[in-house]
Design a protein around this ligand. Structure first.
Ligand SMILES: Cc1cc2nc3c(=O)[nH]c(=O)nc-3n(C[C@H](O)[C@H](O)[C@H](O)COP(=O)(O)OP(=O)(O)OC[C@H]3O[C@@H](n4cnc5c(N)ncnc54)[C@H](O)[C@@H]3O)c2cc1C
Length: 450
């Protein structure tokens, strides 16, 4: 029996455990189904190449998160990198974001985007993502980028998706920016991810592992939760063990968590389980015996011809992620409800297109790693917008605090996962042990760019 039980040792669960210890609270246990911690923030080292569970870049905007990063890994072990990201369309590379960088595209495409922006419908009926894109960017930008790209990354009908996730993820534009970006190749500094940090060695897991090592309480790996009994306040595992709790912190995907909750006379989550939709991503990685594959960090692919929505290049995050004189590519494609045949065929096409685009001969490929990600991007459907807050509230009333990217069913980053872990502990400690306090550290900001 532990007063607080944490399900999942991804970044949110680790952060919850860390913040409990920081507050001097030890009556808790943490369980993880895999044999190692880190969740989606793990990295794989294969044949001398380091791959993440698709490229994970550190964006730091919160002073407290920044202080934690400094404490656990230190700036000397991180590269601070200015983004070189592009959109590939009409056989042309344009700077990201597309809406401010049309330079190099065919004249009729540039004209369509600029005229479309000027004539965009000013109505505020942004009832779905497609309409939101039309109202904010106009027909040309929507046709040439937003609609095809977002359909690909979601693998879902963008008319059935709300726009309430867009916020900082979609930079705005103006007619001045569009014209300037159409007549000259501009410096690329727009958006939340204009700069990012990346560990010099070991992939993204290297800082997450250092974070995990701060936690003194043993992390119970190989413990897959199979059932949650709300009445008895017990969770049971596939290995036959069980654990009683008073407060449960859930960081596993919410749809899966609800499936494990045994229905009671007044609580039945069957509808919710089926209405929560997310996509899956297949992440393919190639280790290549050639150093000149690309000088870019990553490239977005809106066009249908390419099954992937993004390709990225680890060797440009840090040269230590590949053997000397080598490079590596990661790619991602997304889907909702597609069978094994579709997945296999799409993967073959994605690999073929990638090799053709970068003229990679079969004997130049030293290694290949395919990583399926079952829960990748939460789909912001209309059911979610109306029902998620109520659903999370009902769980909280039953002492289940569901948090993190998948626990709270949202689109968020590593930084938010760490902050979510801190927030949930503040909430629970107020109830359990009001004299325990979290002591935030004081912030300092790195100034050196490399
Ligand atoms: C394609 C993609 C790209 C991304 N890129 C970036 C990026 O560049 N920068 C960035 O900041 N963020 C990025 N993210 C987001 C980042 O991965 C997440 O915010 C973060 O990993 C969420 O951590 P979490 O602990 O909430 O979830 P998870 O990492 O999913 O952790 C949940 C844990 O619960 C465990 N679990 C599941 N079921 C059970 C069970 N039944 N019993 C016990 N344990 C269980 C899992 O094994 C896992 O360890 C990206 C995400 C995706 C999908």
């Amino acid at each position: 029996m532990a007063k607080i039980v944490i399900i999942g040792a991804g970044l949110t669960g680790l952060s919850a455990a860390y913040h409990l210890e920081l507050a001097g609270y030890t009556d808790f246990k943490i369980f993880e189904k895999e044999s190692s911690v880190g969740g989606l923030c793990r990295s794989v080292i294969q044949d001398g190449f380091t791959f993440d569970y698709t490229g994970h870049l550190l964006h730091i905007s919160n002073p407290y998160f920044q202080e934690l990063i400094q404490k656990f890994i230190g700036w000397d072990e991180l590269n601070l990198i200015q983004r070189r990201s592009y959109v590939y369309s009409h056989q042309t590379y344009t700077n990201y974001p597309f809406q401010t960088n049309l330079y190099g595209l065919p004249t009729d495409v540039i004209t369509e985007c600029i005229v479309g922006f000027i004539n965009r419908p000013r109505s505020k009926s942004n009832s779905n993502f497609y309409q939101w894109a039309l109202a904010n960017f106009g027909y040309g930008l929507t046709r040439h980028f937003f609609a095809p790209y977002q359909s690909k990354i979601f693998g879902y009908d963008i008319r059935k998706v709300t726009a309430d996730w867009t916020g900082r993820f979609v930079p705005t534009t103006s007619i001045e920016q569009m014209i300037a970006g159409a007549i000259s190749d501009q410096t690329d500094t727009v958006g939340y991810n204009a700069n990012f940090f990346y560990p010099k060695t070991g992939g993204i897991f290297s800082w997450v592992n250092k974070f995990a090592k701060q936690i003194k309480t043993p992390i119970n790996t190989n413990h897959c939760v199979q059932k949650i009994n709300l009445k008895q306040k017990t969770i049971s595992f596939t290995n036959g063990q069980s654990e009683k709790y008073e407060y449960l912190i859930n960081t596993m995907p919410l749809d899966l968590c609800l499936k494990l909750v045994a229905p009671t006379s007044n609580l039945d989550f069957t509808t919710a389980q089926n209405k929560l939709i997310c996509n899956s991503v297949i992440n393919f990685n190639l280790g290549i015996n050639r150093s000149d594959i690309s000088d870019k960090h990553w490239i977005y692919f809106p066009e249908k011809e390419f099954p992937f929505y993004r390709l990225g290049f680890y060797h440009n995050f840090s040269p230590l992620l590949t053997p000397p004189s080598c490079s590596s590519i990661y790619g991602e494609f997304a889907y909702v409800n597609k069978g094994r045949n579709w997945q296999h065929q799409t993967l073959q096409l994605a690999l073929q297109k990638t090799k053709a685009l970068f003229q990679i001969a079969p004997d130049q490929i030293l290694t290949e790693k395919i990583i399926p990600i079952s829960h990748a991007y939460v789909i912001y459907n209309f059911w979610r917008a109306q029902n998620l807050p109520k659903l999370l509230n009902r769980l909280t009333q039953n002492q289940i605090y569901s948090c993190g990217r998948y626990g709270a069913w949202k689109y968020s980053s590593m930084q938010e996962a760490v902050l979510d872990g801190q927030t949930v502990i503040s909430q629970i400690l107020k109830k359990v042990e009001p004299q325990c306090h979290l002591k935030p550290l004081c912030p300092t900001m790195p100034t050196v760019m490399s």
